[in-house]
Design a protein around this ligand. Sequence first.
Ligand SMILES: [Fe+2]
Ligand SMILES: [Fe+2]
Length: 409
Amino acid sequence: MHRGLEQSLPHSLLDDPQLGKQVALNLKRNRAQDATEAMEAAVAAYRFEDCQHSAWNPEQYALLWGTALWHESSPSQRRLLNQLYWVAYYSQIMSAEIATIFLNQVSAAGLYAVEDFRPICDSLDLETRQERAHIHAFKTIGEDVEHRLFGRRIFTYPMRHPMTETMVFADTNGLRTWWKGIQLRAFTAMAGNPFLGSQYLLIRGLRTLNGKIVQHKLSQYYEHHPDQANAPIPAAISWYHFSDESFHFHTSRLVGVEVPRVLPKPTAFERWVVNQGVAGCQRDHYHFSSAVNGIFWYDPALYRPIYQVLRSPAFGLDHGGAMQMLHRSFCEDSEGVQAAAQTHREAVASYRLFVDSISWLSAGNREMRHMAGNNTHRYLRTNRQAYARFKGQAAALERTHNLLQTARA
Ligand SMILES: [Fe+2]
Ligand SMILES: [Fe+2]
């Protein structure tokens, strides 16, 4: 902006030259290391036959790792649980990224109202384009695996609207989903507000922080693979994805935590809106999942899909055997339950650190009180109660399963 001329706001990104430089550098590096093309090439070269005999993630990143199912699985079944973790994990990431694409644009629209914010908007544009490539990769491979192994969807879903409930397997009902949609629409109606635009990135940073930790571990499998040229393509995709996402996370931190310094102080209403957003994140991340350690899914919502996996030829359990295995894996304490609870505790600690300096958050939000209220005792109690209800519907579940099998035969 030209200091000698009248401006709509007294603020500019250049009021903080160091911050301006950090934003420009993050954009420059993301452009230079953009993994889009490598990822697109990897998806194009992907063939299930080439990678079906290897693991795609480090060993403990397998569906229901450390539970009764995992302990009693054969080596080939464990490999399958490892591959299904990839499918399930990224089907959640994909859902969050569909919403991100939309909200990046809303946020950029607000921030562009401030002088010299173009580098931030350009960063968000680049990230949006990268997310589309990420979604394409996860969707192509996830759907291919499910089609081959089950002939139906288990964790994937058809392309969805950005206002859909982002948690794929949530503790929700029609009313709650409707209310979340209203809240999201209300947020987007505030497009054009620079402070809220920056705070969307604070919430994005918070919501992706645990993902950053888990995805770093997933990316290590390819990074340390002894023969990268022949490593399974899904593992390479985890690595490319983490490379892009580390820039996205840096953008979230710069814009959500640092940029407010150069913006006018938030009003009481703006502070209220941000607090609502962080409280929503705490609610969404309250649960933890032993099925997919690292995702905050509500495990009772997974009883049905896991039942389908157990009844599939790869596991070949009958109805009674599948029901028993569900109970033993989800309702009994195990290494897997403990590991998922540990991931949740680490998430709470890292979220607290991330928002530590944000003075406009309430104490309950800064300390993540709601999210920190979950523990293995509550988790197991919730799962057992839900299992009792699930068992009540088991006859209908078995009938549907048999009907589908007959239709396919
Ligand atoms: Fe992504
Ligand atoms: Fe991202």
